[in-house]
Design a protein around this ligand. Structure first.
Ligand SMILES: CC(=O)SCCNC(=O)CCNC(=O)[C@H](O)C(C)(C)COP(=O)(O)OP(=O)(O)OC[C@H]1O[C@@H](n2cnc3c(N)ncnc32)[C@H](O)[C@@H]1OP(=O)(O)O
Ligand SMILES: CC(=O)C(=O)O
Length: 529
């Protein structure tokens, strides 16, 4: 017999408390819809009345199967729940479910609220009762519960009992400061002697154990788990639902024991990446389950075994969460990595001599500071060259880039980068000049100017490269052999949605960038379209 485990998402509330994160109303709507499609049970949409975005979101929330929940705090002392304006704004959002944060730690009641312990209990009771009287589902986020329990277990318990007696459907045990060890979370819950189907868990990641703490709480009996997508949240974040969900669905003892509302586990990676897109964040490569490296097999020994049976180095099939296996090339690679990479690029060969030459060249280049595991398109250029599959396309005769600081027509000092690239295509010399200015008149730098000049006129090849867009540019100073060198990695995208990365290395950043740009354009021309 499976038991129901409820998943409660707080990306739009605690996730919005992440430093640097500020969702627009439209983004909140889109995220709520993604969470709903994934199959969350509750979506905490924010705190109505606390800021215009949250109020606007609740004025027209998206229709969801998940229970849309408004967040707020218990009423303040010295007024009734009916007359508390902050609580009124939360209830006015009209959601069927309301989650109120209430203090459960004596230190916080006395220091942060400055009221008596009894007044706080009354605030919890009256606030929950008021929510329930309006026909809503009430949840109490028991703030600082675990720290409060260490300081005064009787009082922390009394707060939970008060909320439950007043009609709270769930009391959610919060490790607000994120410092409680998972084993202690389990012990405390074991000793509470409360029904698990009335208990939730809300952990923070300050010791990198929020997911472990949530699992310990589930092991001890709680049946609602709160968290956020990609682990967003105050300070170091909340329990990461992007890790918790696949663990609960795919790992024992949880997979056989529990049933959740999750409907689209293979959609998990897409949801995680979309959130990063919205936040303009680079997805964390090493993220569990959904990171680009989560199923990347770099070492030669691993790649060799993976090709025989993926289970040798994979704990789950990557497709289960929408991810994919990759076998990158690098100085850790052997022939197995190489054969797989070449096959993926449509360059399979039986020429063992060529295979050994490619491997040797990759290792020599990496010793100079190149890195191919994140720049697979540059690796393909080496492979094509060794396999005599790299047409010359065009020859670069020279290039130049200048950066000038000068006054614009408004008498402000501005920078202007300008590049000249001369290439020979089919016997014709072509000189292209470009400035790096964007639509607003801002300077986008010398690499942008170089890229625009290189991609401006390649004669018969121009139609094939018109849809290339530079999307990311990363620079690192490396030790290449005996000298410090600059490594540049550039990501491009085309109109077909293909993304590829190339690398250049030189003591000079402009030369390193130009080398990466050249590989990018050649890679695109090799695709034929
Ligand atoms: C653990 C958590 O993450 S809980 C979620 C926290 N989230 C947020 O704080 C984000 C949204 N918050 C806000 O926009 C604002 O803090 C508001 C609108 C809610 C309140 O703003 P203000 O009225 O200016 O109060 P301010 O933020 O300075 O202080 C919070 C007040 O709430 C009181 N308070 C804090 N927790 C509670 C509680 N659980 N129950 C009742 N009152 C509380 C504090 O004592 C303080 O009151 P005081 O001003 O009389 O000292
Ligand atoms: C309520 C909440 O976010 C916390 O206690 O961490």
């Amino acid at each position: 017999m499976t038991e129901r485990l409820y998943l409660y998402d707080t990306t739009l509330r605690d996730g919005q408390q992440t430093q640097g994160v500020q969702f627009s109303t439209a983004e909140k709507v889109e995220i709520a819809q993604m969470l709903d499609a994934l199959g969350l049970d509750h979506i905490e949409g924010g705190w109505p009345g606390a800021n215009p975005t949250d109020s606007e979101f609740f004025a027209a929330p998206p229709k969801t199967r998940a229970t849309m929940t408004a967040f707020g705090m218990t009423k303040r002392a010295g007024r009734s729940a009916e007359n508390d304006d902050v609580l009124a704004a939360v209830l006015n959002a009209g959601t069927s479910s309301v989650c109120l944060v209430g203090k459960t730690h004596t230190f916080h009641v006395e220091t942060a609220l400055g009221i008596s312990l009894d007044e706080n209990l009354e605030n919890i009771r009256a606030s929950v009762a008021h929510v329930v009287a309006q026909g809503r589902e009430a949840l109490l986020d028991a703030e600082h519960f675990f720290d409060g329990f260490e300081a005064d277990p009787a009082y922390a318990r009394a707060c939970l009992a008060t909320a439950l007696d007043a009609g709270a459907r769930w009391v959610v045990l919060c490790d607000t400061n994120g410092g409680t060890m998972p084993s202690r979370i389990g012990e405390v819950i074991d000793g509470l002697d409360l029904p698990g189907d009335r208990l939730g868990i809300h952990t923070h990641n300050d010791t990198e154990q929020a997911v472990a703490g949530s699992l310990a709480a589930i092991d001890a009996g709680v049946r609602q788990v709160q968290g956020t997508l990609n682990g967003l949240g105050e300070r170091c974040g909340n329990a990461n639902l992007t890790s918790l969900i696949p663990t609960l669905l795919l790992k024992e003892p949880y997979a056989s024991r529990f049933q959740t509302g999750v409907r689209d586990l293979p959609g998990l990676l897409r949801v995680s990446r979309r959130l990063d897109d919205i936040l303009n964040r680079v997805p964390r490569r090493e993220a569990a389950y959904v990171g680009a490296s989560a199923f990347a097999h770099k070492a030669g020994l691993h790649a060799s075994a993976i090709l025989k049976n993926p289970k040798t180095y994979e704990h789950i099939p990557p497709e289960a969460v929408g991810n994919a296996r990759i076998v990158p090339m690098s100085n850790q690679a052997g022939l197995s990595n190489l054969r797989k990479r070449l096959a993926d690029a449509g360059l399979s060969t039986d020429d063992d001599g060529a295979l050994r030459r490619i491997l040797e060249r990759v290792k020599i280049q990496e010793d100079k500071g190149y890195s191919y595991d994140g720049a697979q398109a540059s690796f393909e250029m080496i492979a094509r060259d060794e396999l005599s599959l790299l047409p010359s396309f065009f020859e670069v005769k020279r290039y130049r880039v200048t950066v000038e600081r000068r006054k614009n027509k408004y008498n402000q000092m501005v920078s202007l980068s300008e590049a000249v690239v001369v290439v020979k295509v089919d016997g014709d010399k072509k000189l292209s000049v470009s400035e790096s200015m964007d639509e607003t008149g801002g300077d986008r730098g010398p690499v942008n100017a170089l890229s625009k000049a290189l991609f401006k006129d390649l004669g018969p090849y121009q139609a094939q490269i018109n849809d290339i867009r530079l999307i990311d540019f990363r620079v690192r100073i490396m030790q290449g052999g005996t000298e410090a060198v600059t490594r540049v990695i550039i990501d491009h995208e085309d109109g077909k949605g293909r993304r590829w990365s190339t690398v250049g290395v030189s003591p000079n950043i402009v030369d390193a960038s130009f080398e990466a740009l050249l590989d990018a354009v050649r890679w695109k021309l090799c695709q034929g379209t």
